[in-house]
Design a binder for this molecule. Structure first.
Ligand code: ASP
Length: 413
């Protein structure tokens, strides 16, 4: 019954795709009226994104709590966390290496831009110890009000562990957590029904404002980044999803399309979280795994951002006539991997962290001004890759756990 009802409707992926194509066409037509698009179309995109941001905090809090209490075993949560973190760091380092490789191949084709008058105000970026301290909340409400996902995750884990530790006496709390989780999920479903409108209103002003700029002097740098994004997705995710996840990569990318298009339009991993959860669950990832792995990934796993940082480092170095040594390249891979942990899943965050990567190898931070104007175009691609990486992890971890469970069940037969 439910299925026939769904079949009649245009699938969400198709709706978003139509919105995306329309946004590009209308955006190109409005290039001379970019101010109009920014003043009157963008606000509707902002309203939609606000609604998504509103629901993300409670969704992460309750879905992780529900996931943890349903595992009923603190060790199992530890296993999931361990595999997830290793996968995230490993793939991010590979991503940055691919970015550096492609950028080096493109180096000769990169434009050499004038650098003498450049200035870039470095946002106050924090060191590794600050990143560590900031993971732990000092207040019950602030993590939610500030949408600080890492702190929300810590909160959800602590409360979830407490519920497990209390055991039977917490049955009512478990029931409450599950009920609230269902309510917020429904709320999210209602908001996501608006996603085609959101995608159109977010993307159209960006195309209107940047359309002509893409063909400008930075086209080759952008192209290098997009080739690296694509290679990483096709080679690394296909391999990991196919081998560790035991899933046909084509099916994986096909089911991921709604989330991919949404990430491309919104440039926000955190904003894409609800739709990413929907896609991975359709792919068969268990709810308990995806509700833990995806919010964590939206906060600490940024493969696209690492590629962008590698490509930009090479481009900026070439504009300043600096040749990077292999040692410096390794430093870029390490710092970009660490920087991705501190990069928030919101538009433009990766550019702020680029300062940390450049500083680590002694490149002039002012060089960021060279790429700042087209950051949104880099950002759309890097966010798309970021969330695809998170989803690949959810599929893999879910499969590993399923197989372990099946083995255990067989043994005990
Ligand atoms: N916008 C990216 C994301 O949300 C972060 C970045 O700027 O690199 O994943």
């Amino acid at each position: 019954m439910e299925q026939t009802k769904q079949r009649k409707k245009v699938p969400r992926a198709m709706q978003i795709f139509i919105a995306l194509v329309l946004a590009i066409i209308v955006g190109l037509l409005l290039q001379k009226h970019a101010d109009f698009a920014t003043a009157y179309i963008k606000p509707f995109g902002t309203i939609f994104l606000n609604l998504v941001k509103f629901i993300v905090g409670p969704i992460v809090l309750f879905s992780i709590m529900a996931g943890v209490v349903s595992m009923r075993d603190i060790r199992k949560v530890g296993q999931v966390g361990g595999i997830t973190i290793v996968y995230y760091f490993f793939t991010t380092a590979i991503a940055c290496a691919i970015g550096l490789l492609i950028a080096n191949l493109f180096r000769g084709a990169f434009p050499v831009l004038e650098t003498s008058s450049l200035t870039y105000e470095v946002a106050q970026s924090s060191g590794p110890m600050d990143v560590l301290v900031n993971i732990f909340p000092s207040n019950f409400l602030v993590p939610i009000t500030e949408a600080n996902m890492l702190q929300v995750i810590v909160m959800a884990l602590l409360i979830g562990f407490a519920v497990i530790a209390i055991g039977e006496k917490a049955e009512k709390a478990i029931d409450g957590i599950n009920r609230w989780n269902t309510i917020f999920m429904k709320c999210m479903e209602m908001i996501l029904a608006l996603s085609p409108i959101g995608v159109f209103c977010l993307l159209c002003p960006v195309v209107a404002a940047n359309g002509a700029m893409v063909v400008g002097s930075l086209a080759k740098v952008i192209l290098a980044a997009y080739i690296a994004y694509l290679l990483h997705a096709v080679i690394v995710y296909s391999a990991t999803v196919g081998t560790l996840g035991k899933m046909n990569p084509i099916r994986f990318f096909k089911e991921m399309l709604p989330a991919i298009m949404f990430a491309f339009s919104s440039a926000s991993s955190v904003g894409t979280l609800p739709i990413n959860m929907e896609c991975t669950q359709k792919l068969g990832a268990s709810k308990e795994v995806s509700s833990f792995v995806l919010p964590l990934g939206a906060t600490i796993n940024m493969d696209g951002t690492a590629i962008y940082q590698g490509v930009c480092a090479i481009f900026i170095a070439s504009c300043y006539g600096i040749h990077l040594t292999p040692g410096q390249m390794i430093t870029i891979v390490l710092t970009a991997t660490l920087a991705s942990v501190g990069t928030a899943g919101v538009p433009g965050a990766g550019m702020i962290m680029l300062a940390m990567v450049l500083a680590a190898v002694g490149l002039p931070v002012d060089g960021i001004a060279l790429v700042a104007g087209v950051d949104r175009i880099f950002d759309m691609g890097r966010t798309t890759l970021n969330i695809t990486g998170d989803a690949s992890c959810a599929v893999i971890v879910s499969n590993i756990l399923d197989r372990r469970q099946a083995r255990k069940a067989k043994k005990s037969e």
